[in-house]
Every structure is written in C-alpha cells, then in structure tokens.
Design a protein around this ligand. Structure first.
Ligand code: FMN
Length: 368
C-alpha cells in the first residue's frame, strides 16, 4: 500500500473513539498475557507479530558483511579502528604491563599488513593509517619484545613499508591530559545559556543553510565519544529544496511542517561494524551523542533544528531504503531538520522534569 494512503487511513481509523478504545484495551490485554512468560512472548513475536524480523535479518546480514570486511580494504576499517583503540587503552594504564594485547596483536598486525599490501592504490584514509602506524610503532617500542608473539609481530611490522603519513610532524598516540589545556572551556553559564537557546524548532525561513556551517558542526559531531571509536554512522544531508522536503516528509512525526524544511538529514547507522549481537545497540547511542554535539554546534552559528523520530515500521523503512539506496545492514537512526528559525514561529514550551526525577545518588533501587 502507498505510504501516504496508509498514514491517512490509519489516522482516520484511530480517530474513531470506539476503534481507539478497542485497540487500547486489546493491546493492554494481549501484553498482560504475553508478559506472563517468555513461552508466550517469544513465539508471539516470531510467529505472529514479526516486529523484530527486520532487525534480526539486518543484524544477520551485518555480521556477514563484518566477516567479509575482515578481508577487504576500505577507506576505513572497523578491525583496525577497534584494535588500535584497544592498544591505546592498554598503553594508558597507570601500571602498564610490559606484555599486553596478546589476544589481538596478531589480528591487528595482519590486518594492517593486509591493508598495506593489498591496497593496489586504495589505502585507508590517511589519518586512520597514520593512527594505526603510530600506535603500532609505540606498542612495539614499549612492550617486551622477548615475548615470542610480540617478537614475531614486531619483526613483521618492521618489514612492512612505511605508509604516507597525514601529519608527519605529529604522532597519533596517547598524550597527557594536560595537553588539553590549550582548548578554552566556555563558562557553565555560557553552556547553560546555549542549552536554553536550543529548542526544537519546526518553522524555518526559506533560506539556504550554508554547507560550511554544517561542516563546522560536523567537526564537533565527529569528536563525540563512540564505542571503541567505531563511529558507525553517517549523516546523509539533503539541501536540495525538493529532496529536503520529500525526505523530511517520510517519517510520521513531521506532519504539517515538512514542507518548510530547508535541510533534512538522515542519520544512518551501519550495523556491519559489529561482530556480535551484544553491541548492536551502540550505534544508536554513538549516533545520538554525536547528534547532540552537532545540534549545539549548529546553535552557536544561529542555526536551529529538530530531531525527528525514525519509527521501526516496515513500510517507512522500505521507502527510506529505496530512496537512499540503503543496504540491509544500514538502518536509519533518526532524522534532523535544520534551518534558520522563523522569528515568529512558535516553539512548544516542553517543560522539563525536575532534577529529583532525573537523577539520584547512590540509589540501589528497591527489592522487588
Ligand atoms: C528521538 C527523538 C525523536 C523525536 N521525534 C520528533 C518527531 O518525530 N517530530 C517532532 O516534531 N519532534 C520530534 N522530536 C522533538 C521532541 O518533541 C522534543 O525534543 C521534545 O518535545 C523536547 O523539546 P525541546 O527539544 O524543545 O527541548 C524528537 C526528539 C527526539 C530526541
């Protein structure tokens, strides 16, 4: 069924009080029953609801892609990123051991060698390559090379050609915390003021968003923390006026205002960064942390924004996948609308919860 027709029909049906009440009652009864035991809940979702099917299949494709990626060369490599990050963590230990990383140093050096040897003109992005080279060089300098595996890997590493470095004057290795003092900290009052200034804006001027400003905000977004430094997401930015509106109109949450969006962004997560289902949620966390930095940075340049929910809903996913040519293992995480706020446009008050509801200290919870 056509997505817009579906949205219209669903809205109309749910507007009938009897239907809405019946739907709520039925749902409440169904979930009360399902929650009695996994014996009811799991077959329901596998056999009847199929709510989780797309996520499971996307994850399955992702692991296949991850395993394939072990043998391929791309501008960024997930194994190198993760393992070099782990080596750096080993290096910063206060009581650093002379021997560490034995469980993954071989994989790291082999992958690094493979990238160098198989590159055929395709290399890792220069910064990532130098990071790998500098950290591995440091690792072999500070570890005990009489340990047989380290000795073997060191010999292999030293045989490899030196890559082209992004910044030969610099070394991309751990550094003392005090080095950060070169960066000025805004006052708490300034930061709180920025936080108060940022509100979800849905009414924008018909004015182009400068790409230079978006890129500046992206530099801040790129600095956000991410699990194992994987950064498993990409911002797909649309500033073509037609595309921006069309894409902003795909999710449910933009009814009534998608037509005035000058720039829309789909934050797409890449599940193929993971070899295990245990990490499958981190792409949502990583992307959200980066989005928050992005939004604050935009705000410093006078640009407003709203986050738009991406519901896990088959018809929507199908439409977005087709529009953006997404692979099965790539999933939209959220959308953003960005622009210059219309001065007269209204903003919901969106009263926040009091501190006591949002935080507690040393609270071990209540026993059930
Ligand atoms: C994950 C997420 C999904 C959201 N989805 C929508 C949406 O679909 N449509 C919309 O207009 N606003 C959406 N918002 C904006 C929220 O309504 C808004 O952040 C909230 O009401 C608080 O208001 P504030 O951002 O002005 O503080 C979303 C926000 C988040 C974080």
């Amino acid at each position: 069924m056509n997505l817009n027709n579906f949205k219209k029909i669903a809205k109309k049906i749910l507007a009938v009080p009897f239907v809405r009440k019946f739907n709520n009652r039925f749902n409440s009864f169904l979930y009360k029953f399902l929650s009695l035991s996994k014996i009811f809940a799991l077959p329901y979702h596998f056999i009847i609801s199929h709510f989780f099917d797309r996520e499971i299949f996307a994850f399955t494709r992702a692991v296949a892609k991850y395993n394939n990626n072990v043998y391929t060369v791309r501008p960024s490599n997930v194994i190198i990123r993760r393992n070099i990050h782990r080596l750096e963590k080993g290096m910063i230990m206060e009581n650093r051991r002379a021997v560490f990383a034995l469980d993954y140093i071989e994989e790291t050096v082999e992958k690094y060698a493979e990238v160098l040897e198989k590159s055929n003109g395709v290399t890792l992005e220069a910064g990532e390559m130098q990071w790998a080279y500098d950290v591995l060089s440091e690792y072999f300098l500070i570890t005990d090379s009489s340990q047989p595996l380290i000795e073997r890997m060191k010999a292999k590493f030293e045989m490899l050609p030196k890559p082209t470095l992004q910044d030969p004057a610099d070394k991309f290795i751990p550094y003392p915390s005090s080095q950060r003092n070169q960066y000025k900290i805004p006052s708490y009052e300034e930061f709180l003021s920025l936080s108060k200034r940022r509100r979800s804006v849905r009414w924008f001027q018909d004015k182009k968003v400068p790409r230079e400003d978006v890129d500046k905000a992206m530099l801040a977004a790129a600095l956000a923390p991410s699990a194992c430094n994987r950064q498993p997401f990409q911002y797909r930015i649309f500033d073509d006026p037609q595309l921006a509106k069309e894409i902003a109109g795909i999710p449910f949450g933009t009814g009534g205002y998608s037509d005035n969006v000058p720039m829309s962004i789909v934050v797409v997560g890449d599940l193929s960064n993971y070899f295990s289902s245990r990490d499958r949620h981190t792409m949502y966390i990583d992307a959200s942390l980066s989005v928050m930095a992005f939004l604050y940075a935009l705000e410093t340049m006078g640009l407003s924004s709203v986050v738009i929910n991406w519901p896990d809903f088959g018809l929507l996913e199908k439409k977005m996948k087709k529009k953006l040519n997404l692979k099965t293992y790539e999933r939209p995480i959220m959308l953003l609308a960005v622009g210059y706020a219309k001065e007269e446009g209204l903003i919901p008050c969106s009263k926040k919860k009091p501190l006591d509801e949002l935080r507690s200290y040393n609270n071990l919870g209540e026993t059930a």
